[in-house]
Structure formats: C-alpha cells, structure tokens
Design a protein around this ligand. Structure first.
Ligand SMILES: Nc1ncnc2c1ncn2[C@@H]1O[C@H](COP(=O)(O)OP(=O)(O)O)[C@@H](O)[C@H]1O
Ligand SMILES: [Mg+2]
Length: 133
C-alpha cells in the first residue's frame, strides 16, 4: 500500500467502511488473523467515539515503517469538544456517555504505540500504530 487513505466518519456505515479498509491494508501488510481482528476492533472503537462524542471526523489509515519494522497507523481525528481530562478518560470504566469506558484504555492495550492530542473546544486526534512482526 502506498500513501494513506482517509475515511469521513459520520454514520454507522462509515465505521464498517473504515474497519473493512483497515482489514484490507492489514492483510496486505501480512498481519495475522488475530491482529486483523484487533485492527478492526480498534478502528471501530475510535470511529464510534468520533460519532458519539464529536458527531463527525476522519479516520486515516496508512502503512508506516521504522527501521525494519512495518506497521499500520490509524489516526482518528475530529473537531469535536475535545477531552478536558485525558488522564481520566484513559481510566478503565470512565465514560461520560453510556459506554463501558473501556474504549480508549482498551485501544491503548491492543496497540504498540498510542498518542492522544486533544484540546477543549478544538478537537481530538488519537494516533495508534500496530507493528507486524
Ligand atoms: N473523540 C472524542 N471526543 C471527545 N471526547 C471523547 C472522544 N473519545 C472519547 N472521549 C471521552 O473519553 C471518554 C472515554 O472514552 P472511551 O474509553 O472510549 O469510553 P466510552 O466510549 O465507553 O465512553 C468518553 O466517555 C468521552 O468522555
Ligand atoms: Mg468509546
């Protein structure tokens, strides 16, 4: 895969499109079936957060390299309300909605790299990477 692909996320069907594209890219990068499921789960969770808390945003999928490692980079970006307390949002069981509050901490556990940039009133960007062996 060359470059990256951006999916606008506004509805449930967009989550499926992003998830399936992530699987396709992951497959091209020789990820295992287990990892492909993890990748799909992470994309679904981040896309769901966009819809729930920011109404709309983008999922960016790209292949990435570091030394001899190859991986998939998933970036979820929105111009929503932002997260006032990231530390709190990263605690298991913390949710301002009706969720289980396992989304963000779960995503962090499932991926190799995790970064969250957020500003109240400006938006949120969550970038994660999974390396393939
Ligand atoms: N994109 C986002 N924009 C604004 N707030 C968010 C976003 N994603 C997550 N949050 C906040 O972080 C909290 C924790 O997220 P998460 O762990 O996914 O749990 P849940 O989705 O079950 O509430 C959410 O309840 C919400 O307050
Ligand atoms: Mg969530």
């Amino acid at each position: 895969m060359e470059g990256s692909v951006s999916i606008t996320v506004v509805s449930a069907s967009d989550i499926i499109i992003a998830r399936d594209l992530g699987r396709k890219i992951g497959k091209e990068l020789n990820f295992s079936q287990t990892d492909l499921t993890i990748i799909a789960t992470v994309i679904s969770e981040l896309a769901r957060n966009i819809i729930l808390f920011a109404k709309q945003g983008n999922i960016l999928l790209s292949s990435t390299k570091q030394g001899n490692k190859v991986g998939i980079m998933i970036s979820a970006e929105d111009k929503g309300p932002g997260i006032p307390d990231v530390f709190l949002a990263m605690q298991d069981g913390y949710s301002t909605g009706k969720g289980l509050g396992l989304g963000l901490p779960g995503v962090k556990r499932l991926m190799d790299e995790f970064e969250i940039l957020t500003e109240t009133g400006k938006g949120t960007k969550v970038t994660v990477i999974k390396w393939s062996i």
